[in-house]
Design a protein around this ligand. Structure first.
Ligand code: BES
Ligand code: MN
Ligand code: ZN
Length: 497
């Protein structure tokens, strides 16, 4: 789909999308067309009880006197309450009604009382439609043509079209990162494994990202016994990937912000094997690494003025004759030892070494890790918030705010000594599970033991938000890319110079 911006033109023969405010009030474009067609649009609105609430859609056959054959009315609600998120939602809501047209024409007029300009609105509407248009269809070889979306041109008519095009152009870079993340998360584990994940990441080199990859031997030398313990049951050898973007002006010595992702390319549970029902979901247990990679792409493509590093701990968790056993004790790169009570609590083992290495190597001032870490976070928060844990209130508040602004919401959870006590071990410095109670919190406590003094840290447990089984306005079902827009926003607001 190509998105174009131009001057509003009613004489188009493409399907037309028109805005309606709450109470069914026609905005100027719709009003003009209504006049031209002797009030037929307002008659239908009345007849169908169309209220114009935000995102409400009504499709009608175009009345006589118009060239286009179809009209899509979309509600914007109360113009005074419009935000960029509402514009994105409108774009996402109209897309499915246009997907099977060759082209469509959206007219965005200025909305009385709105703090959001028509220019901003139109760029964000386009962004929302683009995000909704994502499909992972590379393995569908027999899908009928008529079932495939064919929208080639989405044209947006708006007064300041050149300005809108410019805003959209930077938003589309964010979409590129979201799409990369969704692609990675959607790939099955026979295609995406540690080595092939690294190959995908290498494509970011052309955007100016520096890639470094550690293999098994190097990790052994560095003493990463926890990450390697998870990997040892698999035929696929592990990788530790780093992606650096040095975009701060006069950058050489400025400490970076670091993003670290759990990249378990498939999680069978290992010897503590998972039940087979639903196990296919564990192809997306590399969601954290996927977000980090997509985010790095956004930062580089939009040339963010920040030094940032992304790290992905890439392993496959398999049961086999070489797999680690419950009861094994592993030694992490930090020197701390972990008793592995349950081989299915593997993400924290991978992150323990990935986080430590990241801090030793890059000396970040701030470190944010993302992981599909616990089923328990889905019990706590469902699919509507990611769990957030942090050792710094300012960082936590900023994440909460960026979450509200982007719709990728996070909810802060507690940390504390009482929880930390649950992971004490009889024979090692800690054990990798803390019992059934507070499962997401005890997992976070383990991670916190690998945060170095003075480093601001947040952990996002994204197990509930990485995959969706239902379509929502700007996120079609499947891999969501949750976290890319959130963290891009956080960086743009607080970490760029
Ligand atoms: N990858 C899973 C967590 C998960 C569950 C992600 C469901 C997405 C959807 C993680 O490695 C895991 O298995 N966690 C265990 C921990 C337990 C053994 C302490 C869990 O949540 O059951
Ligand atoms: Mn697991
Ligand atoms: Zn896992």
């Amino acid at each position: 789909m190509r998105i174009k911006f131009s001057k509003a033109d009613f004489s188009t023969d493409h399907p037309l999308v028109l805005m309606v405010s709450d109470g069914g009030g026609l905005l100027s474009a719709a009003e003009a067309l209504d006049k031209k067609t002797n009030g037929s649009i307002s008659r239908v609105i009345k007849n169908e009880d169309f209220e114009g609430t935000l995102g409400e859609v009504l499709v009608l056959n175009a009345p006589n006197g118009l060239k286009s054959s179809k009209i899509v009315l979309v509600g914007v609600g109360d113009p005074k309450r419009l935000q960029v998120g509402s514009a994105q939602l409108v774009g996402g809501k109209i897309y499915p009604h246009l997907a099977h047209q060759n082209a469509a024409y959206v007219i965005v007029d200025s909305m009385p009382g709105s703090k959001l300009s028509a220019t901003e609105f139109s760029a964000n509407l386009a962004f929302g439609a683009l995000l909704r248009s994502y499909r992972f269809d590379k393995y569908r070889t027999k899908e009928k043509k008529k079932d495939q979306p064919k929208l080639k041109n989405l044209i947006i008519g708006v007064r300041e079209f050149a300005k809108a095009r410019k805003i959209y152009s930077s938003l589309s870079k964010v979409a590129n990162g979201v799409f990369l993340t969704r692609d990675l998360v959607s790939e099955p584990a026979n295609i995406l494994f540690p080595e092939s994940f690294v190959e995908r990441a290498r494509e970011l080199k052309k955007l100016g990202i520096k890639i470094q990859v550690l293999g098994e031997r190097e990790m052994r030398k560095l003493g990463m016994g926890a990450l390697l313990g998870v990997a040892q049951g698999s035929q696929r050898t592990p990788r530790l990937l780093s992606m650096r973007w040095d975009g701060a002006p006069n950058s050489s010595n400025k400490r970076p912000i670091a993003f670290i992702g759990k990249g378990v390319t498939f999680d069978t549970g290992g010897i503590s094997i998972k039940p087979s029902g639903g196990m296919e979901d564990m192809k997306w247990d590399m969601g954290g690494a996927g977000v980090v990679t997509g985010l790095m792409r956004v930062l580089a493509e939009r040339k963010a003025k920040v030094n940032a590093v992304g790290v992905a701990g890439l392993v496959e968790n398999m049961p086999s004759g070489t797999a680690q056993r419950p009861g094994d004790v592993v030694k992490t790169m930090s020197g701390q030892t972990i008793e592995v009570i349950n081989t299915d609590a593997e993400g924290r083992l991978v992150l323990a070494d990935a986080m430590w290495w990241c801090q030793q190597k890059f000396k970040p001032h701030t470190m944010i890790d993302l992981a599909t870490l616990t089923g328990a976070i889905i019990i706590s928060l469902g699919h509507h918030h990611a769990g957030m844990f942090a050792n710094d209130d300012e960082l936590a508040n900023r994440l909460t705010k960026s979450g509200e602004e982007t719709g990728e919401r996070v909810w802060r959870m507690p940390l504390g000594d009482d929880y930390d006590n649950q992971v004490k071990s009889q024979i090692a410095d800690m054990k990798n599970v803390g019992g059934r109670d507070a499962g997401s919190i005890t997992a976070a406590q383990i991670l916190q033991r690998f945060v170095q003094d003075g480093v601001k840290w947040a952990h996002l447990d994204i197990a509930g938000v990485t995959w969706s089984n239902t379509d929502s306005p700007i996120v079609p079902k499947g891999g969501t890319g949750f976290g890319v827009r959130l963290l891009d926003r956080l960086v743009a607001e607080h970490f760029e110079e």
